[in-house]
Ligand binder design. Structure first.
Ligand code: BGP
Length: 474
């Protein structure tokens, strides 16, 4: 592992901060999503509706408790901490000309606190929490105007936190919106609410294009503002395997994989790959793409690839095979992997897939990588004030071993590893609290009841040791 390898944890503003109306904050898209469950999808409401329950409004009150939480992270030995800046704290509706000073001050305090405790902030600009005002007034990222609003936001925070924040990422899991089997991802990625009969794929391609331009402009601006800044993209890293060695399956898996790789291809290499141009041609799509856009994309390549890793998927060309029905698989053709177990939320557990994808990215792009999310969502139980989360330690341990092999045996250049939800956050896909990820338990349930007390789980002490040893090797 490199000497300056960054061990730490990750969250996103909307899943932990709460205080959704404090300090001049505007509504974000996460503020209009109700809670859901494994069985029932979260509902997107038209503004905040009386009588409905919105778990992100309170989060885990990180806005109030960040100092004591950071002290706990320090105790674990974190060298970095990944979070996002809630765009709607800085530009409450999204299209204002001047930023909200109170919002900026909150992140000054947060980043100062992290630095004072020896942690490098790793910051995502847009993590599923754009201002809801941009959805209402502009239709989200279906509108080109969003590029300007995003760039104003990016410049504002990059200038303000110059010297405090060195690691940035532009759009969280930008490739999620290709999952068209569930409309929620177009909303959380891009603030898009589909209309009846709309060609969803075309809309998503267009939104992604505007985001590519916005991301590239932010990378260019960030480098001008602070030559020391390292600015990455962020994708959901999902390896795609063929079910069999039947060439039909292999080809299908490759095509499916391109739905993910397309995003890194553009953001790392700075141009659209030919397979995407052919896809548009075949479908008769003529998108709003200017020569200047293409120039900006070319000039705004990212410095590193940040990615999340949770699961892998499998493709089969055989219509007789049962489809998973898992809405996280981008394709309705995804089938179950007979070799892998799943979490109670139906996510495959595949540590080797992490080594696989680290190598896949590094072979293809040869730029540094950063695992900015990996974690185990589980319903922990509290016994006599303790949480014995052995399965989390096993899950993370197995992934860390594969990560170390990718670096030390395969030669992948990896900047760091941050465990998702290092302190129990509100789940993104279901809005639940019971799907817990943390090393630190937060006393809050799915109805929002609880004391918000923080309790160290067994994994807290375990991760402390992993960081001390700089990995696991046996
Ligand atoms: C990723 C998101 C996170 C996060 C994580 C776990 O998709 O970037 O915001 O929450 O997945 O997902 P969930 O919370 O739904 O279990």
């Amino acid at each position: 592992m490199r000497k300056d390898f960054l061990w730490g944890g990750a969250v996103a503003a909307h899943q932990v901060e709460g205080a959704y109306r404090e300090g001049g904050k505007g509504l974000s898209i996460a503020d209009v999503m109700t809670s859901g469950s494994r069985e029932k999808a979260r509902e997107i409401t038209d503004g905040v509706v009386e009588g409905k329950y919105y778990p992100n409004h309170e989060g885990i009150r990180f806005y109030d408790f960040y100092k004591e939480d950071i002290a706990l992270f320090e105790e674990m030995g974190f060298q970095c901490f990944r979070t996002s800046i809630a765009w709607s704290r800085i530009f409450p509706k999204g299209d204002e000309e001047t930023p909200n000073e109170e919002g900026l001050k909150f992140y000054d305090r947060l980043f100062d606190e992290l630095r004072a405790h020896g942690m490098e902030p790793v910051v995502t600009l847009s993590h599923f929490e754009m201002p809801y005002g941009l959805v209402q007034a502009y239709g989200g990222w279906r509108n080109r105007k969003l590029i300007g609003f995003f760039l104003r936001f990016a410049r504002t925070v990059m200038e303000r936190y110059k010297g405090k924040v060195r690691y940035w990422m532009t759009f969280n899991e930008i490739n999620n919106q290709m999952i068209l089997t569930n409309d929620i991802y177009a909303f959380t990625n891009s603030g898009i609410l589909f209309e009846e009969g709309e060609d969803k794929l075309k809309t998503v391609y267009q939104a992604a294009h505007y985001e590519f331009v916005a991301s590239a402009l932010a990378v260019k601006a960030g480098h001008e503002i602070d030559p020391d800044a390292r600015i990455g993209c962020m994708v959901a890293g999902t390896p795609v395997y063929p079910l069999t060695c039947n060439p039909e399956d292999v080809l299908l898996a490759m095509q499916e994989d391109r739905k993910n790789l397309f995003f890194t291809d553009v953001q790392v290499r700075g141009h659209y790959p030919s397979y995407i141009k052919k896809d548009w041609e075949r479908r008769g799509y003529v998108l709003d793409i200017t020569q200047e856009d293409l120039k900006n994309i070319r000039e705004g390549c990212v410095d590193y690839i940040g990615f999340s890793y949770y699961l892998s998927s499998v493709m089969s060309a055989d219509p007789g095979k049962t489809r998973t029905g898992n809405d996280l698989a981008a394709s309705p053709d995804a089938v179950e992997n007979p070799y892998l177990e799943m979490t109670p939320w139906g996510w495959t557990i595949d540590p080797k897939g992490l080594r696989y994808i680290l190598n896949q990215y590094y072979d293809r792009y040869e730029i540094p990588l950063f695992i900015v999310e990996n974690g185990f969502g589980y319903e922990d139980s509290l016994e006599d004030g303790k949480i014995h989360d052995n399965n989390r330690m096993e899950y993370l341990g197995n992934h860390i071993r594969e990560m170390v092999k990718a670096v030390e045996e395969d030669g992948v250049d990896l900047l760091g590893y941050t465990v998702w939800g290092c302190i129990d956050p509100v789940s993104f896909t279901t809005g639940e609290m019971r799907k817990r990820y943390g090393f630190i338990y937060v006393d809050r349930d799915d109805e929002g009841k609880g004391t918000y007390k923080r309790i160290r789980k067994d994994s807290f002490y375990w991760y402390q040791g992993v960081i001390r040893d700089n990995g696991i090797r046996e």
